[in-house]
Design a protein around this ligand. Structure first.
Ligand code: ATP
Length: 221
């Protein structure tokens, strides 16, 4: 390839990473990840979490969650699956995942995508200040999540806020952007409850998840 160098590195599309338990993956996840990819002109990787440090363990096994994600992501190549956290033993700390990715990406912009509910909890995350040395943070609007942030986080937001999501590609890390995505009031908690009650929430889930009954086995009563 000709002309490789610092200029080309700056022009690379950002990489967005969207972590979660995906227990199960639902249309809220896919829709906001897709819109974030468009707003940032990025490719986005969905990264299922192994043992979430801040919450109870998922109902579906890691293999089941990966199987659902594979089905959900079929037919497009803008959203991809990255199973690195499931391959590590012990709890998944986002900061470790971002450090690994940063080592692979050089100066390419890396954007940690989090829903507004997760963002408000950021100060509880392991070594949370280090996140900004490694990545930008893209905050996805989520219905029902208020604007109130802990004061330490509000300070970070004031210092790091960037209005134009398209400008993130120029820097590897360190800024916060708000990504106004279509509000979809869908949660995995609600879907698990519906399935446990014998209901059929097929239009809250990616179509393929209903074609193979075994995929949702972990949630059915
Ligand atoms: P649960 O109900 O089990 O807590 P969840 O639906 O919130 O699950 P997670 O896998 O915990 O899904 O979330 C992964 C990421 O997706 C988090 O950053 C979360 O804020 C975000 N997210 C999930 N659903 C939505 C949604 N409908 N709109 C915006 N962000 C969402």
């Amino acid at each position: 390839m000709s002309g490789a160098g610092a200029t080309d590195t700056r022009r690379q599309r950002p990489l967005g990473v969207f972590g979660g338990t995906f227990d199960p993956v639902h249309l809220g996840h896919l829709s906001v990840a897709w819109e974030a990819a468009e707003l940032l002109d990025a490719e986005v990787r969905l990264i299922p979490t192994n043992v979430p440090p801040h919450r109870p363990p998922p109902m579906a096994s890691a293999d089941e969650r990966v199987a659902m994600l594979r089905v959900a992501l079929r037919g497009q190549d803008r959203l991809t699956l990255d199973t690195r956290e499931l391959e590590r033993s012990g709890p998944s700390y986002t900061v470790d995942t971002l450090a690994e990715l940063r080592a692979e990406l050089g100066q390419r912009a890396l954007v940690l995508l989090v829903g507004a509910d997760m963002f408000a909890q950021l100060p509880a995350w392991d070594r949370w200040h280090e996140l900004f040395d490694l990545a930008h943070v893209g905050v996805l609007s989520r219905p029902g999540v208020g604007a109130q942030l802990p004061p330490v986080l509000e300070q970070e937001l004031q210092a790091r806020r960037l209005a134009d999501p398209g400008a993130l590609a120029q820097l590897p890390a360190g800024r916060i952007v708000q990504l106004e995505v279509t509000p979809l009031e869908i949660s995995a908690t609600r879907i698990r409850a519906l399935l446990a009650a014998g209901r059929d929430p097929r239009y809250l889930l990616p179509a393929g998840l209903f074609q193979d009954r075994a995929l949702l086995r972990a949630y059915r009563a």
